[in-house]
Design a binder for this molecule. Sequence first.
Ligand SMILES: Cc1cc2nc3c(=O)[nH]c(=O)nc-3n(C[C@H](O)[C@H](O)[C@H](O)COP(=O)(O)OP(=O)(O)OC[C@H]3O[C@@H](n4cnc5c(N)ncnc54)[C@H](O)[C@@H]3O)c2cc1C
Length: 470
Amino acid sequence: MDAFARIVGPQHCLTAAADIAPYGEDWRGVLHNPPALVVRPASTAQVAAIMAQAAVQGLRVVPAGGRTGLAGGSVPVAGNAPSISVSLERLNRIRAVDGVDMSITVEAGCIVEQVQNAASQADRLFPLSFGAQGSAHVGGAISTNAGGIRALRYGTMRDLVLGLEVVLPDGRVLDDMRAVRKDNTGYALRHLFIGAEGTLGLVTAAALKLFPPMRARQTAFVAVQTPHAALALLGRMRDCGADLVAFELCGRRPIALTIQNLPGFRAPVPLTTPWYCIIEIAAAHAGAPLRAIIEDSLAAALEAGECVDAMLADSEESRAMLWRMRESTPDAQRREGPSANTDTCVPVSAVPGFLDDVAGLCAARWPEGHMMAIGHLGDGNIHISLQAPGVVPAVEWAARATGFDDAVADLAVAAGGSFSAEHGIGQSKLRQMARLKNPVALEVMRAIKGVLDPGGRMNPGKVLPGLAAY
Ligand SMILES: Cc1cc2nc3c(=O)[nH]c(=O)nc-3n(C[C@H](O)[C@H](O)[C@H](O)COP(=O)(O)OP(=O)(O)OC[C@H]3O[C@@H](n4cnc5c(N)ncnc54)[C@H](O)[C@@H]3O)c2cc1C
């Protein structure tokens, strides 16, 4: 404690139960296990000194970002020896915005929305966008390789990172912060840390890609009868002549729950069909004729039977309302009661069949639960959950829904997909990682972990099954 207090100041070493409790919980309210100490550095040099000191003392280190992760990655594993959490919340400076090179250099504790705003002030776009963007950190988004609603157009966080600064478990600083577009100087080390969920080192800063802003955009809420129809509509919108920046698929139930459980929402169209799409097209040119493009496309879709109703956002306010409604669905669902959740991705063409298979599975094995599906049809990442019938204790529903996540993961992998699309493995998907990840890939990952973190002190019990005992 004294050694860490000398590095960051005693006021940034938290040990009081009330202060450390939030670092021992996840957003879902399922995991509870506080660290022994929370250290809050304000510079890369302080992070390096903390990591060197933790190495000397043989301490386990758990990185904490905005703590919005959905796989328990920032929560110390219960039953392990005590850990220290290193929270990057004070490392939150925008270092540079470059509108010519189209890059922004930021510290890891910057909130994603802060980066969007800094880019926007320079008339540029940082495109990563998801429900927790007002709390999630850049470091957390990098470490989970966050995806979100615009991944179909701009890719996931991995596609947006040009360079990284990382403090390794022994305290060395790996400065790989170039912001250039081409750099073939050997292994692209940054990719090791993107999606590593803090198991290889602490990300302290990143150079990120910027894009021209969306000076024109149009957003629509569209009622469709089936995921097959939604898929046909997705194909149409991809070819519409504007940038398709989002194409979400939502079951009726998550939308209805959001309207019912949260204030300020109303149904954009009568909720008479089982499925809805939220579609956004955009252009960098303010005068691009997007209204005509989306109206023509949806009229043709109606004619072809791909959709049955549509509402076009006619103001920035109604556009924002549609996205707030979409992004509030996890919260509305959480208020409704506990649910078993999944984060699968299948090839876009396989989504309708996959949803049919999961519906069949739920009807056969958990008829009392409510299947909820919502996600990013544009990239094949649909979140399917099994909602408890009413308010029951989370532990009880977890027991009754045992096997749901495994069964859905099996169906996704059988369809050529992934059992973890954008939330990561954390401690929630270790079993699936052991069962479903290619064994050679696991061997290589363990070898890399062994080189960078031979003591197994970085976020132990996460990502790699079988290493929890370190
Ligand atoms: C309502 C809601 C909606 C969401 N929607 C989406 C979505 O659409 N798409 C999506 O991808 N995710 C989504 N998420 C999940 C979550 O927001 C993302 O995973 C986010 O990237 C996590 O960032 P964070 O800063 O909160 O990370 P944390 O939860 O703090 O940490 C996540 C992991 O990264 C590690 N970590 C954090 N910071 C660092 C660092 N600086 N260096 C090394 N390791 C670090 C942690 O140890 C942990 O393993 C959503 C979450 C919520 C609550």
